[in-house]
Design a protein around this ligand. Structure first.
Ligand code: ATP
Ligand code: MG
Length: 283
């Protein structure tokens, strides 16, 4: 009986692995470190490489991925949460070919999703099945219940930090909170607004060594994006910088990141809940 159930679970795990998009939560401790810009521009580069990418703006208080893309969507995540629109109906074509599920702005009462609402969103995200290869989840700054909730469900965490000591400390705090609840989380650090590759790597080494020492977890290095005035200029024009200035240094960094992520994305996700349960049941 137990074996039958395990077999059924394993079959389900196989199906989920084949059909579900890879969920990547983009998080940070400190605000304003570049999460939304990185998420939008990575989504565009990955789409250019032929991946089907969906960006879920999980911010219900101060969302801005739509602003960065100069879109004025008719529906947003608040409508999905209230059940008025389905996730697919709320999705809009964004510049560069990815699809955006817009967040909402100014809805203080909506800013914190309950567990039920979050699960409903995630269920619809997973049901996108083969319509999406990758779902990037852009989160709010800080380590509130929304962020942790999405982080705990994602296949991978992209933790964004800058070289500023405050951003580094807050990135460490975010990693600490998530890995305390999920020690096997796949944590990748992305350094933004760095001078060069060397500085980016040094920031990762510092954070990683503290994580190993005090949390007993290791983090991988996703890569870096340099500080580039073209990013700010593009934001002012409401154009993603990889479109506004495709040859600028930051755009080159995004292309490198996208290539690395794409290589990694073709590996099957290894630690889905159902898969873990099946392994646990059958040893
Ligand atoms: N690589 C970069 N070079 C120069 N400026 C940058 C870079 N990345 C981000 N910025 C600047 O930082 C600002 C904040 O970026 P962004 O909105 O993406 O951060 P965020 O982490 O999403 O913020 P929040 O926590 O409020 O959601 C941008 O408007 C831009 O001016
Ligand atoms: Mg943001």
């Amino acid at each position: 009986m137990l074996i039958d159930q395990a077999e059924a679970l394993r079959n389900l795990a196989r199906k989920v692995e084949v059909d579900s998009p890879r969920l990547i939560a983009v998080i940070s401790g400190k605000g304003g470190v570049g999460k939304s810009n990185i998420a939008v521009n990575l989504a565009i580069r990955l789409s250019a490489m032929g991946r089907k990418v969906v960006l879920l703006d999980a911010d219900l208080g101060t969302a801005n991925a739509d602003v960065l893309c100069n879109l004025t969507p008719r529906a947003n995540l608040a409508h999905v949460v209230s059940g008025r629109w389905s996730l697919s109906e709320a999705m809009v074509e964004a510049p560069g070919g990815f699809r955006l599920i817009p967040g909402a702005s100014g809805l203080a009462q909506m800013a914190t999703l309950g567990e039920f609402e979050r699960q409903r969103i995630l269920e619809q995200v997973r049901q996108l099945g083969q319509e999406a290869d990758l779902v990037l989840i852009d989160t709010v700054a800080g380590i509130g219940p929304n962020v942790i909730g999405f982080a705990l469900e994602a296949d991978e965490l992209l933790v964004v930090t800058t070289p500023e000591p405050t951003a580094i400390t807050d990135a460490y705090a975010a990693i600490k909170i998530v890995t305390r609840q999920r020690p096997d989380a796949d944590v990748r650090l992305l350094t933004n607004m760095v001078r060069d590759a060397t500085e980016g790597r040094a920031v990762h080494e510092r954070i990683d060594s503290v994580c190993r020492r005090f949390l007993n977890v290791s983090t991988r290095y996703a890569g870096h994006v340099v500080a580039d005035p073209r990013v700010t200029a593009a934001v002012r024009r409401r154009r993603p910088f990889v479109i506004d200035s495709p040859q600028c240094e930051a755009s080159v960094c995004i292309a490198q990141l996208a290539h690395r992520m794409d290589r990694h994305a073709v590996d099957p996700p290894g630690d889905g809940l159902i898969r873990r349960m099946a392994t646990w049941l059958t040893g």
